[in-house]
Design a protein around this ligand. Structure first.
Ligand SMILES: [Ca+2]
Ligand SMILES: [Ca+2]
Length: 249
């Protein structure tokens, strides 16, 4: 692609899904390379870029083009706007505009390096270990299964080292693209963790991964749950109604 944007039409039912819209390409060339001047907009879809003879080179280029499209300096917390050039998602950009936080992102992985094991199929397409997997997904979805849940806690717990390592990837739990897996990433995980069933207790997180991990997770949980605020406002309104009714009797 030399210029402009190639946009893949949104697909499937719902926002993130396992999916009818998986593109598999043998090569993806965006003008400008690691500082792209053209865009591929995957909207809410999945993308496979075949690694071929030099998967590490393909992987590094895909990563750079995703970071360019995210369009903010790496290392913030939930601030990616997804309105730059590169491998982008206009669906993620819309989420950012509407929510004011990066609740959707473009995750990526070298299939063979996925910590919980590589995929045999990804979005309905068979994939090799050397293929680079890209997915529009929920913030915190390290393993690219479309949700932010217990798998991702397991991954982050395994790689969390307070930023000592600087070459981590999304698939290790680097959700702000700065190469580290530290408190910022755990906070994002906590903010968007959405596993049905019992919530994770701070005590169990602390015993598994340490008190600082637990505290960062709790900070995220406190950050991004708008519903209780809405409920409490409604509750106050309902109490007001009740008292008015009592007065009118
Ligand atoms: Ca996941
Ligand atoms: Ca990080």
């Amino acid at each position: 692609m030399q210029a402009g944007t190639v946009k893949i039409a949104p697909s499937g039912n719902g926002d993130t899904h396992d999916n009818v819209g998986t593109s598999k390409v043998g090569a993806l060339v965006l003008a400008g390379g690691n500082t792209p001047t053209a865009s591929l907009d995957i909207t809410n879809n999945l993308l496979i870029v075949t690694g071929g003879a030099s998967p590490a080179t393909v992987f590094n280029t895909v990563r750079a083009q995703i970071i360019a499209a995210r369009n903010v300096p790496v290392g913030g917390v939930g601030d990616g706007t997804w309105d730059g050039k590169g491998i982008t998602s206009s669906t993620a950009a819309t989420h950012f505009v509407n929510a004011g936080i990066e609740e959707r992102a473009v995750g990526y992985a070298m299939n063979s390096d996925l910590p919980l094991g590589q995929y045999a199929t990804f979005g309905g397409q068979s994939v090799a270990g050397t293929d680079v997997l890209v997915r529009y997904t929920k913030m915190g979805d390290a393993d690219l299964d479309g949700k932010c849940g217990d798998n991702d806690v397991t991954v982050l717990g395994a790689f969390y080292d307070n930023g000592a390592t600087t070459s981590f990837q999304w698939m290790n739990g680097d959700f702000n693209y700065d190469g580290k897996v530290d408190d910022s990433d755990v906070t994002l995980l906590g903010a968007f963790y959405d596993e049905a069933g019992a919530p994770l207790s701070a005590a169990s997180l602390a015993s598994k991964y340490g008190a600082e991990f637990a505290a960062a997770f709790e900070a995220g949980q406190a950050m991004a749950v708008p519903e209780p605020t809405v409920l409490s406002v409604l509750g106050i309104g309902a109490i007001g109604l009740l008292s008015r009714r009592r007065r009118s009797r």
